[in-house]
Design a binder for this molecule. Structure first.
Ligand code: TYD
Length: 200
């Protein structure tokens, strides 16, 4: 076990299967007695709650720059809590982190260089996994519920392209989720084992 916990971020367009894979990984870690917590962004803090409310309201009335600042302010507060947990030796698995702001607000037209500068304070995940799927398929998976303001096909195609650029540059590890869940699970497990240097 590392002296501090590991920081693992899961990223991907809506409906990419993040939650399922996070739950499966969490069960594996629990079986191995690895102390960990599941976090998400927008966080459960006050700014995160505001953002969720905004995302569900149906009208994208804020400029993407303001959205970026809100997501980043939420992350600033959240990162302090994440650091404390890592320092205590707890592994943190976060459903979305700063790559979401780069990809989603970048896809809404915000300068990605400016977005990167805003994230300078943020912790760098030890492993950033990109769960990749064609938005056409992923939107079918989430179509059973009302879509948020961030969920429409052409927008998510641009989000995906930005994410794929990060994977190409080696910043994220690409995991193709257009496959049976157990195959995706095995690949996620392999990448986490590589990070932790142990067999799960
Ligand atoms: P959420 O309901 O948590 O979606 P999911 O379960 O798919 O993660 O809502 C988060 C939405 O906010 C999601 O559509 C992505 C978007 N988002 C951004 O646009 N920028 C960000 O920085 C973050 C963290 C999320």
């Amino acid at each position: 076990m590392a002296p501090t916990g590991w920081f693992i971020a899961f990223e991907g367009v809506d409906g990419s299967g993040k939650s399922t894979q996070i739950d499966l990984l969490s069960m594996k870690l629990r079986d191995q007695g690895i102390d960990h917590v599941l976090e998400r962004e927008p966080s459960d803090g006050s700014i995160g709650r505001f953002i969720r409310h905004y995302a569900e309201a149906g009208d994208r009335y804020l400029s993407p720059e303001s959205e970026a600042l809100l997501f980043t302010a939420d992350r600033f507060e959240h990162s302090k809590r994440i650091s404390q947990m890592l320092d205590q030796g707890t592994t943190v698995i976060c459903d979305r982190y700063y790559h979401s702001t780069l990809a989603y607000q970048g896809a809404a037209g915000v300068d990605v260089g400016w977005l990167r500068d805003l994230q300078k304070f943020a912790l760098k995940p030890d492993l950033a996994l990109l769960l990749d799927v064609d938005p056409e398929k992923s939107l079918m998976r989430v179509s059973g519920r009302t879509l948020t303001v961030f969920e429409n096909r052409s927008y998510l195609m641009r989000v995906r392209d930005i994410y794929l650029g990060f994977a190409k540059a080696g910043e994220m590890r690409l995991v193709d989720t257009a496959r049976p869940v157990d195959e995706v699970e095995a690949e996620v497990q392999r990448l986490v084992e590589g990070l932790m240097g142990l067999k799960l």
